[in-house]
Design a protein around this ligand. Sequence first.
Ligand code: FAD
Ligand code: DLZ
Ligand code: SF4
Length: 508
Amino acid sequence: MVKLVLVLGDQLSMNIAALREADRDTDIVVMAEVMGEAEYVPHHPKKIAFLFASMRKFAAHLEEDGWRVAYTRLDDKDNAGTLNGELLRRAEAFETSEVLTTEAGEWRVIKALEDVPLDVTVLPDDRFIATHKEFEDWAEGRKALRMEYFYRDMRRKTGLMMEGDKPAGDKWNFDHDNRKPAPGSVDYSGPMRFQTDDVTREVIDLVREKFPNNFGTLDDFWFATDQAQARQHLAHWIKGGLPKFGDFQDAMMGGERFLYHAIVGLYINAGLLDPLEVCQAVEKAWKDGAAPINAAEGFIRQIIGWREYVRGIYFLEGPDYVSRNHLNHNRKLPDLYWGEKTWMRCLDKAVEQTREEAYAHHIQRLMVTGNFALLIGVAPSEIHEWYLAVYADAFEWVEAPNTIGMSQFADGGIIASKPYISSGNYIDKMSDYCKDCSYKVKDKTGPDACPFNLLYWHFLDRHRDRFKDNHRMGNMYRVWDKMTDEKRETVLAQADAFLAKLDGGETV
Ligand code: FAD
Ligand code: DLZ
Ligand code: SF4
């Protein structure tokens, strides 16, 4: 019987398991742009355009390669609106009940496919280094699931930057050479920008028409939308960005949105680049003397360490992970996340570039937007939906552990051993934001005090019972306890006043 081969919008690889297993002569590839997927969160228009354009080009590539593809465009009049609806429609048309697909990266989609009344075979997504079983075995019996140890196993498994059974340079981790503050200037031109073509133009018009109110602009669309372009971009970054990637990985600059970052997350997650291929290219640059060891190791750790590890956690912890709320935070997400004016320059800049680029780098996500949401106690589900919507690289398997776990501590410390919180001091050290901010980062209290300075202590104070015995937080509580009663009361009262203004919808 002919089989339908379902390829999802983030499985755009010729090497995806379902295509490897399928028969090109008889089977039909099914791909569908559907409202059900485009609307479950209000995705950034550039993210939708990126995925739809990449899907269309991938479908064309499959056809050139001899596959029969049943492709549904969003505005096709028969579009059933959901992935299951499209499968049923195609099953009827091709008189089959057999479906072959590759595991989706979101429990919602996995569960939905279980419910479709067809005979669905789901293959493991082997674009990853670790299988679910390998991660489960690694996690089994461990008190703490720390990424660093898992990462070492992934180095051994891949052989990346290994010299026999030893890590290259005799150290697993070169992070102490990284984390430099913002440089005066950046000598890399940023990601490769691609001209719009017929496919991207058509998709942009469609997205503009169908999603007019979504947060984010479609202007100046420059993403790669096929494998060849993504590879061109990768080579461009390895030459120009990789050498200083490690040094300035944690730096933030108002006038530099990309610094030395790779901007490959969206391409890898959608299937345009293979993670191992990317790491091997980086390893080669290091071996050729074109990049220092701290840059190459730091980058490879992000991919075969963090990326694999968060996926492992997502599938290990199960569908309820995204609704966890260990700190019992319930504040609504402030409108400033959707572009309302704020005087806080760090947030203003992070949100502005999110709106324009569907991109912010890791430290902006973790220590600006994430830090602020955690300090003010935003409901984790609200900030989770925001991250899932606004970034072009956002798919739940990778976004949720980063948000629920790493950024919001809502999983109770599975991923992070302590909450990622900071006062304005950290942001000032790592960025050039504060010097042009309406608030004064050096002011700890008073009308101009940086809100992060007030909220930091407010967080620690209100969660004292939970964190006072955390050995990594003892110092913070000692500093707080050494302040006079009067100082502590002033800080808390001013933080409360700030939160009241925020809740009242005033510009803060
Ligand atoms: P670079 O900084 O150049 O890093 C290289 C690559 O390493 C990334 O492309 C990515 O594939 C991988 N990587 C780095 N850090 C992580 C990490 N913590 N988890 C997983 N992979 C990592 N990443 C996503 O891919 N999708 C998301 O939806 C996402 N949501 C996030 C939400 C929050 C709150 C936080 C704190 C982080 C999130 N990240 C997410 C991780 C990280 O911020 C992005 O991978 C990175 O900013 C993408 O930009 P880049 O390609 O320029 O990465
Ligand atoms: C994110 C997304 C969007 C916006 N649209 C589609 C779509 O129309 N068709 C599709 O197959 N996939 C889409 N996706 C990706 C899925 O919603 C889902 O997030 C991933 O497949 C889970 O890994
Ligand atoms: Fe952000 Fe505070 Fe610095 Fe302003 S002073 S940019 S609010 S950290």
